[in-house]
Design a protein around this ligand. Structure first.
Ligand SMILES: Nc1ncnc2c1ncn2[C@@H]1O[C@H](COP(=O)(O)OP(=O)(O)OP(=O)(O)O)[C@@H](O)[C@H]1O
Length: 326
């Protein structure tokens, strides 16, 4: 019997992301219990076992919703049923230092997944973000003015993390689950109109699709895929420049002015992060203010999230802890 197209699409996508692995290697699949991550797990078990790679399924319980512990147990049972060689469930405490509970949960989740992978000797951690997640991220980035980084979308791979399904739609992951008789769980958060991402998913994108024609989500995701290599090239140039320029005395303004603005703004961002600014809260508007400060277009200081202040003095841009006046 022919393989259902959605199952084939998931398997093809996963096969690419397992390239380079060898027999007895391990991969970890992060499972929330949603259709995306269960379709990902099923495809991974199939593709990994073909090349004798072992699959560890892991779920993280943030304890943020009622009944989350029971749900984590159900996800563990589901992962075993789908053929994961090992399963793990981790409970994390979410501490939102200056960020919302969602962002704090995401950060804690990534840290614990990386730790679990390290302990299990897994070479990759597979995440189930889909093409629709990517389109939503791009649209949100555009609307919030977060700059090129978010318009280029989520990275298909960074560090140990891989997102094999970025070319696969959410509908395809659901169709793959239905075809393989996999029951999934819909996170009520994703339906809650109080969350911006939920409104983008259920209101904004459907309107765009209706008014501009179908395929808007694909176009947004494709735009991100086209921009990403450009962004990454600029990031690499900036990392080299930052290493060369950022010293104990701060960033020399003369050298900074010699850089292209695309590189200089990234150097400023890296310097702010090195000084302790919080990555998740450092937006385009902050970097823009740093560019203006460095250029002398604004005077005084720039306050950054994470209690870091940037000042322009003695031919340098310097970062120091924000002093709180009593
Ligand atoms: N509780 C969880 N345990 C394990 N993996 C998870 C969990 N939640 C999400 N994931 C992984 O992340 C992928 C994307 O899920 P989701 O879109 O819900 O998360 P996110 O984009 O990281 O964060 P958020 O939705 O909170 O903004 C899932 O397919 C899964 O691989």
């Amino acid at each position: 019997m022919a393989l259902p197209p959605a199952v084939a699409a998931c398997r093809r996508a996963v096969r690419r992301s397992l390239a380079g692995l060898e027999p007895a290697d391990r991969v970890l699949v992060a499972c929330s219990g949603g259709a995306d991550s269960l379709a990902l797990l099923a495809a991974t078990v199939h593709e990994a076992h073909r090349i004798e790679v072992l699959v560890l399924g892991a779920t993280v319980d943030h304890g943020l919703q009622d009944g989350s512990a029971g749900r984590a147990d159900l996800v563990v049972a589901q992962m075993a049923r789908l053929g994961a060689d090992e399963t793990a469930s981790a409970r994390v405490r979410v501490e939102g230092a200056g960020q919302g509970p969602e962002a704090a949960a995401r950060q804690a989740r990534y840290a614990v997944l990386e730790e679990l992978a390290g302990r299990a000797g897994a070479r990759r951690v597979l995440l189930g973000h889909t093409l629709d997640d990517q389109a939503e991220t791009v649209l949100l980035g555009l609307a919030r003015g977060s700059g090129g980084r978010s318009i280029a979308g989520m990275r298909p791979a960074y560090g140990v993390f891989v997102r094999p399904l970025l070319d696969v739609t959410r509908a395809e992951t659901e169709a793959a689950c239905r075809a393989e008789d996999i029951a999934w769980w819909d996170d009520p958060h994703n339906e809650d109109p109080r969350f911006t991402r939920s409104r983008v998913r259920h209101v904004v994108l459907p309107v765009l699709e209706r008014e501009l024609g179908p395929g808007v989500a694909q176009t947004l995701a494709r735009t991100a895929a086209m921009l990403r290599p450009d962004m990454e090239a600029l990031d690499r140039m900036a990392a080299v420049a930052h290493d060369a320029l950022d010293g104990s005395d701060g960033l020399p303004l003369g050298a900074l002015h010699d850089l292209d603005e695309a590189v200089a703004s990234r150097v400023l961002r890296l310097a702010a992060l090195a000084a302790g600014a919080v990555d998740a809260d450092l937006f385009h508007v902050h970097v823009r203010a740093l560019v203006d400060l460095a250029a002398g277009d604004i005077s005084g200081q720039v306050q950054l999230p994470g209690h870091v202040t940037a000042v322009r003095e003695a031919g340098h841009l310097r970062f120091r802890p924000t002093t709180v006046e009593s």
